[in-house]
Design a protein around this ligand. Structure first.
Ligand code: HGY
Ligand code: MN
Ligand code: MN
Length: 410
C-alpha cells in the first residue's frame, strides 16, 4: 500500500468552513436546504476550492457540479462525491464529508505528482435531501436519466418555489448536458447515520446497497368546526384521522419487524388553531425496507387503513407520491475493493446495507458503484448533534483515497 494519506487537519478545516455557512446557533450543525441562499454560498465555496486545485468544473441543467482532474488517458473518470445540501436541522458531515473528502483525495494525488491512468472526478448533486423539493436524490436522479430535466424543473417546494426558478435565482442553472456522462466507477464516502458500526465496534462499512424508499404525502379533508359546540358524533375531524394514521404506521412496521421502518415526519393542520376542528390535515409517510415485496405490502396496508379511517370519520383522503425508489445492490467487486482497502489500511470493516438514501444509489444505474461508511456517534444524524471523530473521518477518507486510486489505475 503506497504511503499516500489524506491530511485530516485540512479536511476538518474544510468541513468547519462549510459548516459555518448556515450554521445553527449554539450547535455544530448547519442548515442549507437545497437551492436556498445558504446552499448557494456553500456551492460557491466548494467550487472555489475546486478551481483553486486547477480542476475542470462543469455545472449541468439541474445544478449538479463536477470537478475533474485529468489522468494519463481521456476516458471516463473514476468519480466520487455526494451532496452539500442539508436538512433544516442538519449536521456537518451528512453529504459534506463525501464531497470534501473527495476534494482531499484529489489534492493528495495532485500534490504527490502521481498522474492516475484515468481521470478522477469529485461532484456534488443537487437536492439530495429532498426535504425542500421531493424526491430526494433529485440531482443524481436527473443525472442518470431517471427523471427528465423539464419535469424536475417544475417540482414545487414545500415553500412554493419551483426548482427551475430557484436554480436561476441562485445562478446554478448550468449548461452541461443531461443525462450526465457515465463514469468508469463511482465510490461515495458517507457517515452511516445509524448505530450499527458503533455498536459492532467496527471502523469502516463496506456498503452493500441501499434499502427501498417510499415517501407519500397524504391530505385528509374534513369539516372545520367549533371545538366547543360540535358534538363528537357530528365531527369530521381530519386531525383525528392523521393521528390514527401515525399510530397505524408505528404498529404496522413493528408487526412487519426489522429492517422495516416508518416515519410520519411532517404534519400540518389547517387552520391549526386551538379551538377549531381542523378543516384539513396533511402529513408525510416515509416507509423503507431492503425487501421490495415487503415494502410494497406495507404501502398497500397503509393505503387500506387510510381509506377506512378517513371514511369512518366522514373525511376524504388524497395521496401524492413524493418519492419511490426500489432497493439497490452495489457492485460486488467494488464492495470487495472497499473491504480490501480497509483491511490493508489496518481498519476493522463489515458489510451492511444503507438505511439512508444516497446519490450512489442513482449512480449505480450508470456504472460499478459502492460506498464507504464511517461511524456516527450514538447513531445520530439529521440532527445538529451529528458527530464523527477525526480518527474515523481520517480512516474513511484514506479508504476512499486508496479505493479511488485502485480503480483509477486498474
Ligand atoms: O432521506 C434520506 O434517506 C436521505 O437523507 N435523503
Ligand atoms: Mn446524505
Ligand atoms: Mn441526509
Amino acid at each position: 500500500m503506497d504511503a499516500l494519506a489524506i491530511n485530516i487537519d485540512r479536511l476538518e478545516q474544510r468541513l468547519a468552513d462549510l459548516a459555518a455557512i448556515g450554521a445553527i446557533e449554539g450547535t455544530e450543525g448547519c442548515a442549507r436546504l437545497a437551492l436556498t441562499d445558504e446552499d448557494k454560498q456553500g456551492r460557491d465555496l466548494v467550487i472555489t476550492q475546486m478551481r483553486d486545485l486547477g480542476l475542470t468544473v462543469t455545472i449541468d441543467g439541474i445544478g449538479n457540479v463536477i470537478a475533474t482532474m485529468s489522468g494519463q488517458t481521456d476516458g471516463p473518470p473514476v468519480m466520487t462525491g455526494s451532496h452539500i445540501d442539508t436538512v433544516r436541522t442538519g449536521g456537518r458531515y451528512d453529504g459534506n464529508l463525501g464531497v470534501l473528502a473527495g476534494l482531499e483525495v484529489i489534492e493528495v494525488v495532485k500534490s504527490s505528482g502521481l498522474v492516475p491512468k484515468r481521470p478522477i472526478a469529485v461532484g456534488f448533486f443537487t437536492d439530495e435531501e429532498g426535504a425542500r423539493f421531493a424526491p430526494d436524490m433529485l440531482g443524481s436522479l436527473v443525472y442518470v436519466g431517471g427523471m427528465p430535466l423539464e419535469e424536475a424543473l417544475e417540482i414545487r417546494a414545500i415553500d412554493g418555489a419551483t426548482v427551475g426558478e430557484e436554480l436561476v435565482r441562485i445562478g446554478y442553472r448550468g449548461s452541461a448536458p443531461l443525462p450526465g456522462p457515465s463514469p468508469h466507477a463511482f465510490v461515495e464516502l458517507h457517515i452511516e447515520q445509524g448505530p450499527v458500526l458503533e455498536a459492532e465496534g467496527v471502523t469502516i462499512g463496506a456498503v452493500t446497497g441501499v434499502q427501498g424508499i417510499s415517501w407519500t404525502e397524504v391530505t385528509v379533508t374534513g369539516q372545520s368546526n367549533h371545538a366547543g359546540t360540535t358534538p363528537m358524533h357530528l365531527r369530521k375531524d381530519p386531525g383525528f384521522v392523521a393521528a390514527a394514521c401515525a399510530q397505524f404506521v408505528r404498529e404496522l412496521v413493528l408487526k412487519i419487524g426489522p429492517p422495516q421502518v416508518g416515519t410520519v415526519g411532517r404534519v400540518e393542520f389547517r387552520p391549526n388553531l386551538v379551538n377549531v376542528v381542523p378543516a384539513s390535515a396533511s402529513f408525510t409517510v416515509d416507509l423503507r425496507n431492503t425487501d421490495e415485496a415487503v415494502l410494497a405490502e406495507a404501502e398497500q396496508q397503509f393505503r387500506a387503513f387510510l381509506e377506512a379511517a378517513a371514511s369512518g370519520e366522514g373525511c376524504t383522503a388524497e395521496t401524492r407520491e413524493l418519492a419511490r425508489f426500489e432497493p439497490v445492490e452495489f457492485d460486488p467487486d467494488v464492495v470487495s475493493l472497499v473491504e480490501t482497502m480497509a483491511k490493508e489500511l489496518g481498519h476493522s470493516v463489515m458489510r451492511l446495507p444503507s438505511g439512508a438514501g444516497h446519490d450512489a444509489q442513482m449512480m449505480a444505474r450508470l456504472c460499478p458503484t459502492a460506498m464507504v461508511f464511517t461511524q456516527s456517534r450514538d447513531g445520530i444524524s439529521h440532527n445538529p448533534l451529528e458527530y464523527t471523530s477525526p480518527a474515523d473521518l481520517e480512516a474513511g477518507a484514506n479508504v476512499l483515497l486508496h479505493t479511488i486510486l485502485a480503480l483509477a489505475n486498474s
